[in-house]
Design a protein around this ligand. Structure first.
Ligand code: AMP
Length: 293
């Protein structure tokens, strides 16, 4: 395998992408903030299976962090990340500096105004505007045919889907399932913030989601009953929310009919803010885990 081409500037990344397209090679982009784990790498593998050229962006995006959040302490491990991407045969890595994506004095933002104040948005004001702001800039720089995201950040993927639909970005979106540690904890760059005691507790989020899955499989369809069960399992943690919602509205429905439903939660554990979700497709008595996009 050869080392991926490391591209720091937007004009060069666009030239790289256009040259690939002129050769008839579709480009897939996997946006990340680095500190890559198996979850990120599984998205890269999806991208590699779909497109002949794959580029991974590594950019810790300041606009999606609140003032009291972990932007400066966010783990940055570029050399290790590059070695992991080389092993997978990734073709290029886009690593812009902040000024490259946000020129000094630039105050432009991209805000879909849909769903951004719900679930995580209620606890992280402005976060999803920061996400769409940077993803739009990445899409404009890279012009990918395909972009792969993780269902781990379910609300993020729905907000990005809205942005793509309403602004007409010519990009196809694909989601990868959440990769988990052996006890069920969703892999996350922020898991490094957990002490060993906290790490031992952290799989409670997964167990709460599974408890809701068990109730669904027993035929329970009342979202309030399902949420109460999830909150009960989570009660040892500082829960921000445990919600059963319609992915089309991010609102709790009256009752879960046949269709796709998002069960999502967030809780604080020490320095870490953990999020997780399960997505279910209901059809009569059948309950299946599903992808949102
Ligand atoms: P991040 O670096 O945290 O911004 O994540 C980059 C991408 O990886 C996002 O699309 C995330 O949803 C995705 N991702 C993060 N954790 C996981 C995981 N455990 N499994 C699959 N994808 C993930």
């Amino acid at each position: 395998m050869s080392v991926p081409e490391v591209i720091p500037c937007a004009a060069k990344v666009r030239a790289w992408s256009r040259a690939a397209r002129e050769r008839g090679e579709a480009v897939a982009l996997v946006p990340t903030m680095g500190n890559l784990h198996e979850g990120h790498l599984s998205l890269v593998e999806i991208a590699m299976a779909e497109c002949p050229r794959v580029i991974v962006s590594i950019f810790v995006n300041p606009t999606q962090f609140g003032h009291d959040e972990d932007f400066s302490g966010y783990p940055r491990t570029f050399d290790e990340d590059l070695a992991k991407l080389e092993k997978l045969g990734v073709h290029a890595v886009f690593v812009p500096k902040v000024d490259e994506l946000y020129p000094p004095g630039d105050r432009t933002t991209v805000s879909v105004g849909w769903g951004t104040d719900k679930l995580c948005g209620a606890y992280r004001p402005g976060h999803f505007d920061g996400v769409t702001n940077v993803v739009a800039r990445l899409f404009i720089a890279v012009e990918p045919e395909l972009a792969v995201f993780g269902q781990k950040d379910a609300q993020q993927s729905l907000v990005i889907q809205r942005m793509v639909q309403t602004l007409g970005f010519p990009v196809r979106l694909k989601l990868g399932p959440t990769l988990r540690e052996s006890d069920g904890l969703a892999m996350s760059s922020r898991n490094v913030y957990l002490s060993s005691d906290e790490r031992a507790k952290a799989s409670i989020l997964y167990r709460a989601l599974e408890a809701v899955g068990d109730l669904l499989r027993k035929g329970e369809r009342d979202p309030l009953v399902l949420e109460d069960r999830g909150k009960e399992v989570l009660s040892g943690l500082a829960t921000e929310y445990f919600s059963v919602v319609d992915p089309a509205t991010l609102e709790r429905p009256e009752c879960l009919d046949d269709g796709l439903w998002l069960v999502a939660c967030a809780a604080r554990l020490g320095r870490a803010r953990l999020i997780d979700n399960h997505v279910y497709r209901l059809a009569g008595n059948e309950v299946r885990e599903a992808l949102l996009i």
